[in-house]
Design a protein around this ligand. Sequence first.
Ligand code: ADP
Ligand code: MG
Ligand code: MG
Ligand code: MG
Ligand code: MG
Length: 614
Amino acid sequence: MGLLEFDGEPLTWEKLKPYVEHVKTHGIQQFLHNYRRLMQRPGDILKWGDEVEYMIIKFDHTNRKVQLSLRGEELCEILQEKEKKKMKNLTSLWRPEYASYMVEGTPGVPYMGYMAQFNVVEANMKMRRKEVQELLNDDEQIVSLTVFPRLGCIDFTYPPHKITGPESNPVSRSLFFPDEAITSHPRFPLLTQNIRLRRGKKIAINIPIFKDTNTPSPFVENLNDPESKAAAKPDHIYMDCMGFGMGNSCLQLTFQACNVEEAKLLYDHLAPVCPIMLALSAASPLYKGYISDIDARWQVIAASVDDRTNEEMGNEPLKNNNNVHGSHMKIAHANSKVLHVIQKSRYDSIDSFLSSNSKIFNDINLEVDEEVKSTLLNAGIDDLLAQHIAHLWIRDPLTLFSKKIDLDDENEADHFENIQSTNWQSMRFKPPPPGSSIGWRVEFRVCEAQLTDFENAAFVVFIVLLTRVILTYKLDFLMPISKVDTNMEKSQKNNAILTEKFHFRKNVMTSQSPACCAQLCSFKSNCTEGSGKYLFVNTISVKTCLIIYKLTCFKLISLEKKLLCSISEYLNLIGKRASGEYMSAAQWIRHFVTSHPEYKHDSVVSDSIAYDLL
Ligand code: ADP
Ligand code: MG
Ligand code: MG
Ligand code: MG
Ligand code: MG
């Protein structure tokens, strides 16, 4: 996303509702103009880049307390100065993120497709960290931490903000997360408020607590708000607003494909890798000052932006009133009598593959906007892409600014991006923005942020290599997409990589001819379940291919020894995470807290434990 701009008044849900259809219809027209212009776009080269989200923390050494410092916006202003002066060849680019204790950093220019760039990844991450650190006070630190352990506890921000009840926070109505910790750029509070208003109630996130010997049973939080009391589940950590999810950090990667077909291929074959990489990168066992029973943030964010109404959730019968909530009444649920139940939050794993060979693995009933689908089909878009877009289009726009309503559909894409960018899925298929030199891209969005640049670089380099190997050796990672969903659920569990069994292809080396895929259709015999270790054996065979690949395409022979070393160190880290020889960040954090001398075996992460941890 570019520098965040806005024009005019931010429209709250009541004012936005009359424009829901307008945004959606024009968004599709914008997509079509763009697609027609760019579908034949030939031969782009590999370009890629990472995004790391950071938090700013502040230590109070006297009281052994650590807080989130609400300086993200102020820092971002400074960090963006060079870009705003249109200076070229910058080391880094900076964006505000959801919470005002966050900033997001990317390399200044995307990396190109040759291996020598792998040396730069970690170095660039180090420079980014340094760039921010130099702007901080002595007691502050920039951290690439997925979840702040005491997010939502009393005085977790600096400056602190007192909350007396939901009325303290008119935007989110949270009992825990002050509106002041939401970045003030109107997009963020508007999203927060409109998600809540469309949903018809507060956000409710319930995460199972890790039950230790002194944890009360049942574990019930003392909540002084009837809505929260009703929403909180016993034996769960209850969180009540968008900040608990979007206020977490992650590590993302975007690749440019050489054309639209290659982009679809990468999108499809990387989707089954998402749950595995989520489990390998798991870094978040602590929520709101408690130890949870999960290791990864995914379901927390999914729930934090869940704008589905009671009806869409299937909790209430269909009301025959088309005006209640935007346009969702139109949605036809394929093969089902229920007309408007939506299975997932707008933040979740993808629901369909895109390339024609993958079609038989699309075994999830997909909710689509039928009108949008037929518009796309009539315009000559292939059925899988049409279905994908029509599925994204079951969601309503959540933000709109009064001076950005009537747009030039041929040359602008804001309405398209509006819906596209608020479908936060595991993979994102990114069409080229109009009027730019950028090609078809896909984004890999699941990894948790690792604490060190070395680890973040390892994940980035591994995934980039994996894309090269998938393309060169035509590896086949396809499997029924419902199984990918099952894997996503498993991947967030406590120590999932070692304790869970995941579905994966038995043979990733098969050719992709449709005939072959048809045989693979009998899932039981061709999809296997394995523990992380077993699974990684498959991926390790990828590593073997990698070596061959290195020699051929990347002209590795001519590369410095140093580079070879760092790549093998990266692969070593990932491999040992998979085998259990190295702990995941989540397991390390869990272990640190539970073996801390001040820990009372009551699932509580106190201020001083959090201080020592960080
Ligand atoms: P978003 O927030 O939409 O995911 P960002 O702009 O924050 O996107 O990050 C995009 C990432 O893609 C950055 O790492 C950037 O270096 C990289 N990138 C930029 N241009 C290209 C391109 N043409 N092809 C591939 N990646 C690119
Ligand atoms: Mg970004
Ligand atoms: Mg981000
Ligand atoms: Mg307040
Ligand atoms: Mg991104």
